[in-house]
Design a protein around this ligand. Sequence first.
Ligand SMILES: Nc1nc2c(c(=O)[nH]1)N[C@H]1C(S)=C(S)[C@@H](COP(=O)(O)OP(=O)(O)OC[C@H]3O[C@@H](n4cnc5c(=O)[nH]c(N)nc54)[C@H](O)[C@@H]3O)O[C@H]1N2
Ligand SMILES: Nc1nc2c(c(=O)[nH]1)N[C@H]1C(S)=C(S)[C@@H](COP(=O)(O)OP(=O)(O)OC[C@H]3O[C@@H](n4cnc5c(=O)[nH]c(N)nc54)[C@H](O)[C@@H]3O)O[C@H]1N2
Ligand code: SF4
Ligand SMILES: [Mo]
Length: 741
Amino acid sequence: MAIGRRTFIKIVGASAGATAVGVGLGSRLLASNDYVPDPGTDGDEVIPTFCEICFWKCGVLAHKKDGRITKIVGNPAHPLSRGRLCPRGTGGTGLLYDPDRLKRPLIRKEARGKQVFEEVSWDEALDHIAAKLKEVAAKHGPESVALFNHGYGASWIKALVQAYGSDNVGAPSYAQCRGSREKAFELTYGSAVGSPEVLDIENTRVLTLIGSHLGENMHNTQVQELADAIGAGAELVVVDPRFSTAAGKARYWLPIRPGTDIALLLAWMHVIVKERLYDRDYVAKYAVGFEELEKHVADKTPEWASVETGIAPELIVETARFIAGARPASLVHPGRRSNWYGDDTQRGRSVAILNALLGSWGRKGGFFLPTSYAVPKVPASKKIEHHFKEPPDAPLDRPVPFLGEALAHGLRDASIPGANVAYPIKAWIVYGTNLLQALPEPEKTVKALEALDFVVAIDVLPAEITGWADVVLPEATYLERFDDLHAPPWKRGYVAIRQPVVPPLHDSKPGSWIAWELGKRLGLTDYLQGDVESYLDARLKKIGSSLTELKARGVLLAKREPTFIEEGLEPTFATPSGKIELFSKQLEDAGLPPLPQYTPPAPAPAGHFRLLVGRAPMHTFGRTTNNPFLGRVMRENVVWLNAKRARELGFETGDDVVVVNQDGAKAGPIKVRATEGIRPDCVYMVHGFGHASKELHFAFSRGADDSQLVTRVAIDPVMGGTGINVNFVRLERAAASEVSA
Ligand SMILES: Nc1nc2c(c(=O)[nH]1)N[C@H]1C(S)=C(S)[C@@H](COP(=O)(O)OP(=O)(O)OC[C@H]3O[C@@H](n4cnc5c(=O)[nH]c(N)nc54)[C@H](O)[C@@H]3O)O[C@H]1N2
Ligand SMILES: Nc1nc2c(c(=O)[nH]1)N[C@H]1C(S)=C(S)[C@@H](COP(=O)(O)OP(=O)(O)OC[C@H]3O[C@@H](n4cnc5c(=O)[nH]c(N)nc54)[C@H](O)[C@@H]3O)O[C@H]1N2
Ligand code: SF4
Ligand SMILES: [Mo]
């Protein structure tokens, strides 16, 4: 359906409070290093650092008075925040002062999973961990220790685990998130999209969001750039089974049948190739495999795709022309959480190839070619010289040809007794990842946890995973600690600092300290960084700055360098051919389709809906649902149900239901939102609610936990990721007892 252009004010989510807030200086101050944060106006001290309410790492200015943080706002000099934070970042002090925070080290007293612990001293906890890790390594080798992690603070503990002799480091933020997208772009362009993504949304003329729900997915910089772009006349094409916030701002909303994106993408390419709307010079100069692609899409007509996608052929043609009409400033957003249906690397390849036809890689309004501030590392006194054993993250009978980072679910599966893997995993260190909500097939996670010899959780909150640990270590939050410098590839290089705004509350400790103290007990200090401040200072001295300078400034910008072909930059492609590989010989050699192949999704069992999930602007997964500020803005999730289907089933908005999947797994109770804004064949909920941990006093049992319903996955044959949109659910009216419980 084509919908009229609406007046764009700001991307605002479904509930109030979703606009970016901050000091509002925007990007004006970005041009130089002249900006130093002003002292606060009412006698408060202003301390720059960067956010960790999600992993985007926006620059923050924290205001402090009488030892307490009074507010946190965006740092105008920081390229990612540009003076504004998203609503979650603004609510960061809700985490710092959360009364439910982990306060002291804990050692388990009863069976795993029962949250019965004893408070102990740090010495006791660390001695116990060291003794247990030595025991596990003596029996099974150091590689039987796996680290699961998320977040920037993990670097210290990662160095420790590697020094110990294990490279089994996995994160759900890869194989459950962006892994397939990264592999797809690596196979096509020789480099991943990265994080923060190398997207020049600011200068784009047409932005196509195929499943990416920017505006609810609140990547601060992208949302700000989108607002600027729309202000400057950019248009949106939104392909989503659900009327997302972005769909509400779009020229075209295509409510696609879930799981059929590849058919649409191939049909768009069919039109663009057939009508010669692609960038012929660009393709001739930079790409290989165009002839094969042309043949491949010859029969992928809009009529063919229409049957699969439910989108009218004329609309497929019209949108193909619209998208191509804006090239090269026409960006098909690569998305981020892209492990959906199992054919996800192929879907990612379709997006990558379409962008190549538009000539958008390396062009203004497309993908920029990033630069970074080269801040040399300061090595520890000894280099790690282990010959790491290959991770046992793929079963022996199902090798993964394009494994990227280790697969978190694979390391989990290798921990289950009897797993058909090269060697078993026996101990877990879990840093900043709530595996019970983050990994699919939670019953397998529980099986692994029950069987492990030893489990340590390092967290800030009593998340579900901490209930399964033998030892729980309370980390200081991002507002109470130093972490390593952040200097990512971006439009303009920069280096930013995270520093404590207040000293650690309770008996919490920074990750750098925890890793060092464990290192002492394991005899590994030669491989680790000692005093964090001396280390940061030594790194900064290498670029002619100092810790003192960065503590005051928060961020330093590098010289601006060209980032676009238009600025004279010649792109290079780290693929075997040295070009953009429309046709992938690498995939062909691995026995996989060298051009994206469409596989129709399995139909829903009778009476069932496909379960789709996503994000809410004021929450980051389940990690903010206990935050007193953010929790009040959005207390629980709801299940979106097509209004007509709701009428047929006798449900109304506000009804309490339990969601039951094809295998009988349940989640809820959760309230129904009956809406025209979703197709009749699927339901949708925001991930991160329905906490089972009673120690999360605010979030406990509010809404439903979608991860309980992910009892099946479709494994991506290219990179091994877990597609989770293959579960089907029905809604049952909740019993009165369940609702009041
Ligand atoms: N069913 C389902 N599963 C999913 C998803 C989904 O939508 N649905 N999304 C997937 C995606 S895209 C991703 S990226 C992953 C993310 O899932 P996770 O890897 O779990 O990441 P987070 O939710 O960011 O982090 C969770 C934990 O970090 C803790 N934490 C917060 N700050 C700190 C800190 O400073 N230090 C320490 N030590 N701990 C901290 C929180 O208390 C929480 O327990 O989940 C994936 N899994
Ligand atoms: N506020 C906030 N922002 C976040 C996060 C957060 O927790 N909170 N998490 C961050 C992280 S780690 C990630 S990975 C990203 C995730 O955000 P995105 O990369 O945008 O990805 P998803 O959450 O997978 O996308 C969900 C959207 O895809 C639609 N969808 C489902 N199936 C299909 C389909 O078959 N075809 C199409 N075209 N669309 C479909 C859903 O209706 C929904 O609108 O968000 C990031 N941003
Ligand atoms: S996007 Fe929001 S939560 Fe994430 S780092 Fe930036 S301000 Fe913090
Ligand atoms: Mo993610």
